[in-house]
Design a protein around this ligand. Structure first.
Ligand SMILES: Nc1nc2c(ncn2[C@@H]2O[C@H](COP(=O)(O)OP(=O)(O)O)[C@@H](O)[C@H]2O)c(=O)[nH]1
Ligand SMILES: [Mg+2]
Length: 283
């Protein structure tokens, strides 16, 4: 039974997303619109220390012509039954199915559309079973990921240790740089304060070791789930725009123009206009 309701309930909402009304718990369901840089769970446990979108990203997003930034591919990895599918399901469908999940067969992906700084941006969320027998799909699963989310079950410390192995494998098969890394502990609702403290100490150590941003979440209650996804999307957008500008990738519609070109073109136009006016006043 969801603890909130959408303002509009007919079918899956289209862009721009409707906002969500929190009814009786303290979970921020947020929207798919991101205007400010979302905060990390802890400023101490993140390698991504920026407090705001980069100036370049902000200027680019103000471009009048909407630009086409490739989607963010976020892959979720970790031991079986750590809660990957539940986490993705909670974010995409705003519900928790309890024990009704069957292990994901092969892989599955969801697409979520965001508006970041008023630019359309797509998040592809790839979820896999993590069974060794699906290793043959691993290559295409890991390839070209902009974000890697290592998921562990906070009630099972062994799944935290295995997380490093999963990440090494993903980094070996994914040559894209930079890649954003998150370490996400699930099932927070099952832990008392002491158990949470104990596992968080280990998780924080691991997060430093693998250079990842740490988040404890619960798919059951929804705690921190939307915050995590909004943070991931904003970071991926920011890094994606900067990467595109550095590599002069084509971002604009119609294809063939680069974001940088747009700036130079607009700057040139402005300068020409200014010259004209200047001439007018002289004449
Ligand atoms: N209490 C609790 N159970 C969870 C949570 N997330 C997942 N589970 C349960 O953990 C089991 C495995 O979850 P699933 O999402 O299938 O794991 P996956 O194999 O990593 O995709 C299921 O029985 C879920 O109901 C959570 O946040 N809290
Ligand atoms: Mg699964």
């Amino acid at each position: 039974m969801p603890l909130y309701r959408k303002h509009k309930s007919s079918g899956r909402p289209k862009l721009p997303r409707t906002s969500y009304e929190v009814l009786n718990n303290n979970v921020d369901y947020g929207t798919r619109q991101i205007d400010h840089y979302p905060r990390p769970y802890s400023c101490q446990v993140t390698p991504y220390r920026e407090l705001d979108f980069s100036e370049r990203t902000k200027r680019a997003a103000q471009a009048v012509v909407p630009f086409l930034l490739g989607p963010c591919k976020a892959i979720f990895i970790g031991d079986v039954a750590t809660g990957k599918t539940s986490l993705v399901h909670r974010f995409c469908h705003e519900s928790f199915e309890g024990n009704d999940y069957t292990a994901t067969i092969g892989l599955d992906f969801e697409v979520e559309r965001f508006q970041v700084l008023n630019q359309a941006y797509t998040l592809q969320i790839w979820d896999t079973a993590g069974h060794e027998r699906f290793k043959c799909i691993a290559q295409s699963y890991y390839r070209n990921a902009s974000a890697i989310v290592v998921v562990f079950d906070m009630t099972r410390p062994d799944s935290l240790l295995n997380g490093k192995r999963w990440l090494d494998e993903a980094l070996r098969l994914n040559s894209r740089t930079p890649v954003l890394k998150f370490l996400v502990g699930t099932k927070k609702d099952l832990l008392d304060d002491q158990a949470l403290c104990d596992i968080e100490l280990e998780a924080i150590k691991m997060a430093y070791e693998i250079n990842a941003e740490y988040w404890p979440v619960s798919a059951r209650t929804g705690e921190n789930v939307t915050k995590l996804f909004r943070r991931l999307t904003a970071l991926a957008f920011d890094y994606g725009v900067q990467r595109a500008m550095e590599t002069n990738e084509s971002l604009l519609q119609p294809p063939g123009n680069s974001l940088l070109n747009l700036y130079f073109l607009r700057k040139e136009k402005k300068e020409k206009k200014f010259l004209k006016c200047f001439n007018c006043t002289i004449n």
